[in-house]
Design a protein around this ligand. Sequence first.
Ligand code: ADP
Ligand code: MG
Length: 251
Amino acid sequence: MDKADTHPGAPAIGIEGLRKSFGDLEVLGGIDLTVARGEVVCVIGPSGSGKSTLLRCVNMLEEPSAGRISVAGAEVTDPDVDIDRVRRRIGMVFQSFNLFPHLTALDNLTIAQRRVLGRSRPEAEKVARANLVRVGLTDKEASYPAQLSGGQQQRVAIARALSMEPELMLFDEPTSALDPELVGDVLAVMRQLADEGMTMLVVTHEMSFAREVADRVVFMDEGAVVEQGAPEQVIGNPQHRRTRVFLARVL
Ligand code: ADP
Ligand code: MG
């Protein structure tokens, strides 16, 4: 069995004692967090609290300074693991959509399927079209990113991630760069994914999304998990002063 293989009984994400420093700056001071399969976990917290760094450590875009992280039982922090094989199972959506500007929406969705998964063009296009339908962009396959609104571009980015058939999805403030009137369409797609049972770890400032869609909300401050629990608890009845101060600013 390869170290990158999935273990059926393992949680989607397991994080133990995760620390990360940039030089002298400690950004994550020991995070423990488990995400079950099918669970939707929203991470909230002030700017600079380490939310993006946490997410980026899960697929090793940042190398942890200490601690262990596993994805479906494959330990990504093990230097002997084939990290590229694990990454294929993780979809990531960023605040900036990171589409290829010179490729159409359809080609943005097929390129990694063909290059990474070795799918033929017809096979990749079939999967791509099904995922454009899923995000409500059936008629945009021939459009280039510059011809699409920010919300449409972000939905293409989500469809691109889905075309790789990931086991879990990481979202880092996917609606923060959007004009307010475009946020709802992207959140609706994310809500639908959650309803379909996708495992999702979502950094967001959209408190109504967190309240309605998350199974669990995690509040982070200064590189630590301050409190976590059901949304009605963490957002509705926070126990820590720092959580209340943060919520008073964003609600
Ligand atoms: P958040 O997403 O919660 O706003 P980040 O994880 O982006 O927080 O950043 C946490 C802290 O780490 C910030 O102080 C930020 O400046 C710092 N930081 C993030 N990435 C780097 C990096 N590559 N080099 C140095 N410092 C970084
Ligand atoms: Mg961030």
